[in-house]
Design a protein around this ligand. Structure first.
Ligand SMILES: [Zn+2]
Length: 297
């Protein structure tokens, strides 16, 4: 189960791993916390008044297409996008948005879905949100709280039969070493890199990068990932930076997506070493686990 803040996040974070696991027979379920109602239109070709007027419905349809392309099932958690607070100082968040919703209320809503879907593995964002959008930070808080509460019969007794997912991961694919490696490869091939400026402003954080524990090889599914991204036509510019690096070069330089194992309830799992890259599979250690019912085939 991937828990994401907005429609399109499931296609921009961990999507190639998702496509790989679906191809291998796993059931991958996405929970989308908000409807993306306050997202800006980021593709100039879609920046039209008729689309802006119906943005909620348009984004639902985009999500349906991405869902089909990735082969996933999905729930909307039902909260309203907080929007990106633009300005200095930042303006207050709009009333009733996901960023301001009571943590217990949002956690209960997610616990209900966890207990219904019964995932073995959950993913979410790190405590910084991956990037500091208020909905991404909220998504992190709600996911961590739901992972801890879902198996506890004392918590939210009206939200279904307790179910404890066994592993919790954070996405780490937007890491600086990856960007640097792709940037260097572009220059070596005489191509213009889209990351020049971004790398200059992004100070190396070796300790942060050392948190990666798990690299999932998924280059065969980069094409599926790209198709899913393109389904979010209001959010993704086909001529923009998402597609500036040739897919073959990505496969050569960084053929995996990166994750951090944060919590494991598999005491016997020898690869589950937090703080070292020791895993190549989000399901590592689960295949022999007695609780593995209805999960990966
Ligand atoms: Zn988002």
């Amino acid at each position: 189960m991937h828990v994401h803040a907005h429609p399109d996040d499931e296609s921009s974070k961990g999507a190639a791993s998702t496509a790989r696991y679906v191809a291998e027979g796993a059931q991958v379920h996405v929970v989308t916390c908000t409807g993306g109602e306050r997202g800006s239109i980021l593709n100039p070709k879609m920046d039209r008044p008729d689309i802006l007027e119906n943005i909620t419905e348009v984004r639902r349809q985009e999500m349906e297409r991405a869902r089909d392309i990735l082969g996933i099932t999905q729930h909307w958690l039902g909260f309203v996008d907080s929007g990106w607070p633009d300005g200095d100082p930042k303006p207050p968040l709009p009333e009733g948005c996901f960023g301001l919703v009571d943590l217990e209320e949002a956690t209960e809503a997610l616990v209900r879905i966890v207990r219904e879907v019964r995932p073995h593995v959950m993913t979410t964002y790190d405590e910084r949100g991956g990037y500091p959008h208020p909905d991404h930070i909220r998504c992190h808080e709600v996911s961590v709280a739901a992972f801890a509460a879902a198996g506890d019969p004392e918590r939210f007794p009206d939200a279904g039969e307790p179910w404890q997912p066994l592993k919790l991961y954070y996405h780490h694919s937007f890491n600086r070493p990856r960007m640097q490696a792709l940037h260097d490869a572009m220059l070596q091939h005489g191509l213009e890199s889209p990351w020049e400026e971004r790398l200059r402003d992004w100070k190396p954080e070796p300790e942060w990068d050392a948190r990666i524990t798990t690299r999932v090889r998924c280059d065969r599914w980069f094409g599926v990932r790209d198709q899913a991204l393109l389904a979010h036509a209001t959010q993704i510019d086909p001529d923009g930076f998402w597609f500036a690096i040739p897919r073959e070069l990505q496969a050569e330089v960084w053929p995996h997506e990166d994750f951090e194992l944060v919590t494991s309830h598999l005491p016997d799992h020898p690869d589950a070493t937090v703080g070292q890259v020791t895993e190549d599979d989000l399901f590592a250690g689960l295949l022999d686990h007695p609780d593995r019912t209805g999960g990966r085939i």
